[in-house]
Design a protein around this ligand. Structure first.
Ligand code: C5P
Length: 263
């Protein structure tokens, strides 16, 4: 009798503590295949060098630092794969960084990365824009943890401006600001949920150009998506003004770290 209880206890303990259970890894997908048309200039913004490294490398470092993430898949313009492969190699990441060719729209790039991601059989996938290098490993871990609980979670900021819906230059209505959040990334999902959401969008002919974020596809399925409060610092570098701001944020961070080293 006593033995039976002991076996039951051991089974329960190993289940709740993950002992002997092969815990699945979490994957990061970084879409970086944009041409940067809104930014202008020859070089897409994710490859511009700021504070000693391309913006994309800064972003990958945040995921390298986050213990919740096991591997990273980066979608790149097909003609950048060879060159950027070398840049990644020189950056010396410890986690696997796999490079795939992106597509015409952001959601096409995500799709290609998801196809590659199936090889890792991940539990959760965190999708993060290459051009948001100021995300913290704490934010990544928080979004992944919520996605594990709820199925999907995104970093978002409560709106501070009042938002108007406009048509042909005329206001149609004012949205209730207390209910408005600005979606950021990372956006994390149980891998099978994001895969199913993508398949469903394709089957229903949702235009890739309309899918500006991944949560949208999961919303279509009617599945819950949790909000984790983001920070204004998690800037998306879109315009030349954003790049100036990013340069000064990097400088401020370097100054802060330098001061900490001397304390
Ligand atoms: O164009 P947008 O600002 O939404 O881009 C967000 C992220 O998606 C960027 O990191 C960009 O490089 C990436 N992207 C992509 N493939 C595309 C278009 C954008 O990976 N075809």
């Amino acid at each position: 009798m006593r033995i039976r209880w002991l076996v039951l206890f051991l089974l329960l303990f190993s289940y709740t503590h993950g002992v002997g259970v092969n815990k699945k890894m979490n994957l990061a997908i970084i879409p970086a295949a944009g041409s940067g048309s809104r930014f202008g200039g020859e070089v897409p913004k994710q490859f511009l060098v700021v504070a000693g490294a391309p913006i994309l490398i800064h972003t990958l470092r945040r995921f390298e630092e986050c213990t919740e993430i096991g591997a990273m898949i980066v979608a790149l313009p097909a003609n950048e794969i060879d060159h950027f492969g070398e840049v990644v190699r020189q950056a010396g990441f410890e986690k696997p960084v796999r490079l795939v060719a992106g597509g015409a729209e952001r959601s096409d790039s995500i799709r290609n990365a998801l196809v590659a991601g199936r090889d890792y059989d991940p539990e959760v996938v965190a999708v993060h824009d290459a051009v948001r290098p100021f995300v913290t490993s704490h934010q990544i871990a928080a979004v992944v943890a919520r996605a594990r609980e709820v199925g999907a979670a995104i970093l978002a900021l409560p709106a501070t401006d009042t938002i108007k819906e406009v048509e042909a230059g005329l206001i149609q209505r004012t949205l209730d600001r207390r209910r408005i959040y600005r979606a950021q990334t990372p956006q994390a999902f149980r891998f099978d949920l994001l895969w199913r959401a993508n398949e469903s969008a394709r089957a229903d002919g949702i235009p890739a150009a309309m899918t500006t974020d991944d949560a949208l596809l999961v919303e279509r399925l009617g599945c819950p998506i949790a909000i984790v409060e983001g920070s204004p610092q998690n800037l998306k570098i879109t315009t030349p003004e954003d790049l100036l701001l990013a340069a000064s944020l990097f400088q401020e961070m370097a100054g802060r770290m330098g001061r900490e080293d001397h304390e």
